[in-house]
Design a protein. Structure first.
Length: 262
């Protein structure tokens, strides 16, 4: 929680600027409220300041973009369903968000639903701030896919936005298809242990793949979701639990495939 304590504690009083800076500034103020919120907003700087480390800026950007883009995608089909709201709450539970952080996440989600929300501006800034490698970009898109699956299906408009998000972040069509397939297999109501086909999908390979191809896919997926490596790229500490859960799901899929192949 270092980046959060640094921001709301006023020890640096920084703001990263740009669309994400505007989003987080409004959300922090909304979540804190009262005179303390106004005081902290008064100390923020609309431009990047040297006092904040690259890691802190990256984590802040990832947090703000995650919930605001989630809100934008949830509204894509014209309304936000009760299931989508439940999913957002589940995501916050997975990340262990409580108190001010949880209120800020909700405020970010609501800002993402606004017609004034700048999707491209947020994605472009996110890529500049923390997406130096493709693995962290993939994790961001995976989180958005999980949110879109909340009501049991992805609306065509949601699908178009998800593809746009992936492309804007520099992911290929092949990456997008693989993310869609793997998140479909491991979404909350359809765990990877449900079937052997789901286990293959979780690893991103066909049941017809050779043993060597399956092994390479497993190692690739574990490398992509390694919590320590993602943290170095800007994944907030609060999201480490979710990353760890994903590696456990990948390991379970690998064990299932390996057992089936003898």
């Amino acid at each position: 929680m270092g980046w959060w304590a640094t921001l709301v504690g006023g020890t640096l009083g920084y703001m990263i600027g740009g669309p994400i800076g505007a989003l987080i500034g409004a959300s922090i103020g909304s979540s804190l409220g009262g005179s303390s919120g106004r005081a902290r907003r008064g100390r923020t700087d609309p431009h990047r300041r040297a006092g904040a480390s690259n890691a802190e800026r990256a984590q802040l950007a990832f947090f703000a973009a995650t919930f605001s883009v989630m809100g934008h995608i949830s509204k894509a089909d014209g309304r936000v369903t009760a299931e989508e709201i439940r999913l957002v709450n589940n995501v916050m539970d997975r990340f262990g968000l409580a108190g001010e952080q949880r209120r800020a996440a909700r405020a970010l989600f609501n800002q993402g639903k606004s017609r004034q929300f700048s999707l491209n501006g947020v994605l472009d800034q996110l890529r500049r701030e923390c997406l130096r490698g493709s693995n962290i970009r993939r994790v961001f898109v995976e989180i958005q896919f999980e949110a879109a699956w909340a009501d049991g299906a992805i609306h065509p408009t949601e699908g178009r936005i998800l593809r746009h998000v992936a492309q804007r972040l520099g992911l290929s069509d092949t990456d997008f298809i693989e993310i869609e397939r793997t998140t479909r297999a491991i979404r909350e109501d359809h765990p990877p242990s449900a079937s052997l086909d789901d286990a293959y999908a979780t690893l991103g390979v066909s049941p017809n793949a050779s043993d060597d191809e399956v092994k390479r896919a497993y190692r690739r997926m574990m490398n992509r979701h390694h919590p320590d490596k993602l943290a170095a790229k800007g994944l907030p500490d609060e999201m480490m639990k979710a990353a760890t859960e994903r590696t456990q799901q990948i390991k379970a899929a690998w064990d299932k495939v390996k057992a089936a192949r003898g």
